[in-house]
Design a protein around this ligand. Structure first.
Ligand code: GAP
Length: 464
């Protein structure tokens, strides 16, 4: 049973230190969230799983970490300055401002039908106008109105990869096909952020640009990466029933895409329309590498980029031809993956006393804490000493915590709620037989294990 709605997860996340509303001491900042001690572990574990899977376990992908602030010309030639827009309308009565697609229904013929204003109920809208959603900043100690100081916080990590294509290819002596992966923060001045960490103005992306020949089977490669990611998501504990695919129609695709498939997650199981995008896989063609290259010509034979000093084309030794590689791009959100993982792992169970307990059934790989070491009696120094020594001996190889701040039932419940797969209890008998009790989060079954075999025992069980 996954979480019945996002609110259930918001409350758990705040109570147990996964995610806090940001800037709360000043009344908060709309749709900004801070990751707490457990949230940062969960999010790091997701990013590490992704990096290991693509960069370490495959032979055809390199990793990079580019700047968040790039030369403004990157965003000019990528098309973002001209097209990275939301369309906005104002209500003439209450002056409320909305994204057009939120208050207009699009009919089959492409025309828009106005709905009532969600705030005042009127149906009096201004013309739609474009609002560029790149977040602006100024570089250097310059006058406020100096246009040369304008810079953007990147709205996607992808461009940092494109402008480094030749650097990586040359330095790492790569031949096509190969990919470049990057994980990091992106920023968008979203008009309607919301739904917890689903849509925020500052978020993290895990993007990979997979470079292939112009005559590769691009559509098949999109299908291949869709399948790969579906498998990765299932490995993170997401149930197949909560995942679906959406073939994005042409009029909804980004300017660079010839085909996009979105992987959707059931973030709103309580709603009539439960699905929202978890990630997208796009065939970006050779648009970006061509756009940043000095030698690419338009239909009239004119250079499309007079500012570029490089040509990001590729020379294929086997065919002795030079071309701009095409790109298949799987682009996933870290925060949306965190939310999906939390929702899917959420479950409830009733104990012998009829009390309902929350159990977060995270796969061990993602659990913020792998094992909690708990003393049965905190006023018995020998037991406390033994438990702390066990914790210290485990911590170089796995994330373990020691906790003695409650009775054992409460301590178990607390660890269940944050997804700790295994609890290790040190009791009076442990002092005699050098053994401890290992308790399973999901079954609540207990097993006696020798302290000398504990590290191996835990490692084995955490790998399942
Ligand atoms: N480079 C392609 C690209 O950026 P996108 O579909 O706009 O494509 C990719 O973004 C992923 O980034 C989305 O599927 C989503 O997971 C995440 N994402 C995008 N905007 C977001 C936002 N405002 N808040 C949280 N995650 C976001």
């Amino acid at each position: 049973m996954p979480a019945p709605n996002i609110d259930t997860v918001v409350s758990l996340a705040k109570r147990r230190g996964f995610v806090f509303p940001s800037s709360e001491v000043y009344g908060g900042l709309g749709s900004a969230w801070d990751y707490g001690p457990l949230g940062v572990e969960l999010s790091n574990n997701i990013k590490q799983s992704w990096w290991r899977w693509l960069v370490y376990e495959r032979d055809d992908i390199e990793g990079i970490d580019s700047s968040i602030i790039l030369n403004r010309l990157v965003w000019k030639y990528s098309g973002h300055e001209a097209t990275f827009n939301d369309w906005l309308v104002d209500c003439r009565k209450c002056k409320g401002r909305f994204r057009q697609d939120k208050v207009f229904d699009k009919s089959e013929d492409g025309s828009f039908q106005a709905k009532e204003c969600p705030t005042c109920g009127a149906n009096l809208w201004t013309e739609a106008r474009a609002f560029n959603t790149m977040l602006q900043t100024k570089l250097g100690a310059v006058a406020d109105d100096d246009p040369n100081a304008l810079a953007y916080l990147r709205p996607e990590t992808a461009q940092g990869i494109f402008i480094n294509f030749l650097n990586v290819q040359t330095a790492m002596r790569r031949k096509l096909p190969f990919g470049i992966a990057q994980v990091g923060k992106s920023f968008r001045n979203e008009v309607t952020p919301g739904n917890f960490i689903l849509r925020t103005r500052e978020f993290e992306q895990m993007e990979m640009e997979y470079f292939v020949a112009p005559d590769a089977e691009h559509s098949k490669l999109v299908d291949y990466w869709v399948e790969q990611y579906m498998e990765w998501f299932r490995g993170l504990g997401l149930h197949s029933d909560n995942l679906s695919l959406y073939e994005v129609p042409e009029d909804e695709r980004a300017h660079y895409s010839k085909r996009t498939v979105d992987v959707m997650y059931r973030y709103f199981p309580e709603r009539e329309k439960p699905w929202e995008e978890l990630m997208g896989i796009a065939w970006r063609t050779d648009f970006d590498l061509g756009a940043h290259s000095k030698n690419r010509l338009d239909a009239e034979g004119k250079r499309i980029n007079p500012d570029s000093t490089e040509d990001l084309s590729y020379f294929d030794e086997s065919t002795k031809t030079r071309f701009y590689p095409h790109v298949i791009e799987p682009a996933a959100g870290v925060n949306r993956t965190v939310l999906a993982v939390l929702m899917d792992a959420y479950s409830e169970r009733t104990n012998d006393k009829g009390e309902t307990r929350v159990i977060l059934k995270l796969v061990p790989q993602l659990a913020p804490i792998k094992a909690a070491i708990l003393p049965l009696a905190k006023n018995k120094p020998e037991i406390v000493g033994m438990a702390k020594a066990i914790k210290r001996s485990l911590q170089p190889t796995l994330r373990a915590v020691y906790d003695d701040t409650g009775g054992i039932g409460k301590l178990y419940a607390r660890q269940d709620e944050i997804g700790t797969p295994l609890c290790v209890t040190v009791d009076h008998q442990s002092l005699e037989d050098e053994a401890v009790t290992v308790r399973d989060r999901d079954t609540w079954e207990q097993e006696r294990v020798k302290v000398s075999e504990l590290a191996d025992h835990l490692q084995r069980r955490l790998q399942v």
